[in-house]
Design a protein around this ligand. Structure first.
Ligand SMILES: Nc1nc2c(c(=O)[nH]1)N[C@H]1C(S)=C(S)[C@@H](COP(=O)(O)O)O[C@H]1N2
Ligand SMILES: [Mo]
Length: 196
């Protein structure tokens, strides 16, 4: 089985500074886990965009893509090669009209968690809404039925139980960002805590 391990020099390039590799896939949630059935799930677009509500079926009718991505939590664990299935953010964006003056997005969730992201970080080809984890329906503790995954930022930007996006003209801070975490959170730059 060793033959399938990556050379350690290669791994070192993929693990951001100050991170260690997690065994398994830890669950990191502030508060209770919302239990949302797909039949009841709704997703709302608001702010500087055509306001629109999507059902579960609407998301299933969008192009479905497989993803393999590394996952980095600011509490210093990383998990490499997580396998997901879902909908690319760029494919979702074809379904809505975003006002060109929008510069930031607030990710909104069942349970009230929020996290902010710039448009530039949000519209990346590698970002996606995930409903499947390692070929199984996304478990509720990992954000099922639907979460966002933003592989190039710390995982607190990967909102679990996502149910909406608010497009904004200026940066506003989400839950952890108001509580001292960095507004962007890029792991290779170790953007852990706010310098504002
Ligand atoms: N709604 C919501 N999303 C969330 C969180 C949360 O508490 N609530 N925690 C964040 C943090 S800090 C991390 S590290 C990842 C953890 O995802 P996991 O529990 O699937 O490992 O989810 C992020 N998304
Ligand atoms: Mo985290």
């Amino acid at each position: 089985m060793k033959f399938f391990e990556k050379p350690s020099t290669d791994l070192a390039d993929r693990v951001p500074p100050g991170q260690h590799l997690a065994k398994g896939f830890p669950v990191l949630t502030y508060g209770d886990t919302p239990l949302v059935k797909t039949e009841a799930w709704q997703f709302a677009v608001s702010g500087l965009a055509s306001s629109k509500t999507f059902s579960w079926q609407d998301f299933m009718d969008m192009p479905q893509t497989e993803f393999t991505a590394d996952f980095h939590c600011v509490t210093r664990w990383s998990k490499l090669d997580v396998k997901w299935r879902g909908i690319k953010v760029v494919d979702f964006l074809k379904e809505i009209d975003v006002d060109p003056t929008a510069t930031h997005v607030m990710e909104q969730c069942y349970g009230g968690y929020t996290t902010n992201i710039s448009m530039e970080d949000f519209v990346k080809e590698e970002n996606f809404f995930a409903h499947t984890l390692f070929d199984e329906p996304l478990p509720s503790e990992h954000g099922g039925p639907m979460r966002l995954v933003v592989p190039h930022l710390y995982a607190w930007k990967s909102a679990k139980w996502i149910n909406g996006l608010e497009f904004l003209a200026d940066m506003e801070l989400g839950f952890w960002e108001k509580n001292g975490y960095h507004h962007r959170g890029e792991p290779f730059a170790e953007e852990r805590y706010s310098s504002l």
